[in-house]
Ligand binder design. Sequence first.
Ligand code: PTJ
Length: 245
Amino acid sequence: MEEIPESHPRYESLLQRHRIEAGVDAGLTSRQGLIAQGRGEAFDYLLGEKTIPTADTAARVAAAHLLRADHAVLSVNGNVAALAPEKLVTLADVTGADLEVNLFNRTERRVEAIAEHLRDHGASEVKGLAADARIPGLDHERAKVDADGIHAADVVLVPLEDGDRAEALGEMGKTELVVDLNPMSRSVEVAAVPVVDNVVRALPNVTAHARDLRETGADLDAVVAEFDPDEARAAAERRIRQGSG
Ligand code: PTJ
């Protein structure tokens, strides 16, 4: 990245690509993660590479859910670990949520590398290594979770993934907060709170809202009750299809 000046119009996007490439080289990110990043980039381009107003509202509602949860967990895959490790750790600190590595292309080596990467960025505890419980109804590696982590959580934040685990977690009665740039993805469709935004913008935004909600003593139940996820999804789709919404 040294040769690309910060003034380059695509600097942020190129930086994210670089982080994903470095994540693959470091054994954090799967090679499929490169493809997922390309898909995300295309949606981000269409969204104007900025947080649209309804994504900001959803980020505030996600913060309210994390703050009022009995037990919240931030699920971590190889892409978000490469893109935003310090942002995950800060969000977990501010909201009291646990961090748990949960992978689609799971290998023990990659789980351990991601946990270590998060600890290098300040995480005190990272779950996901025990994998001593299963999400019912899923027959792939993402079903493996910690009994005292995602399995026991009432609120789970799920950044960028495909949708079958999102659906299965919903069936377990958990509240799901999803961050994904594709408003038509299955995980966004089933989320209680769909944040249609790039994780690199959404995570610090949720953190900022959590700090603000706490400092102002906001009524968290009211923030949650007023939110309409269908409207958030529709607004993001309008923005992509028509450039407005
Ligand atoms: O690390 P693993 O093994 O758990 O695998 C992770 C990936 C991402 C490879 C796996 O979950 C996967 O294949 O996901 P999909 O089906 O490609 O879905 C990824 C979704 O994330 C797509 O809807 C993308 O639009 C979206 N996306 C990609 N990059 C970002 C993003 N959403 C938010 N922020 C991004 N930076």
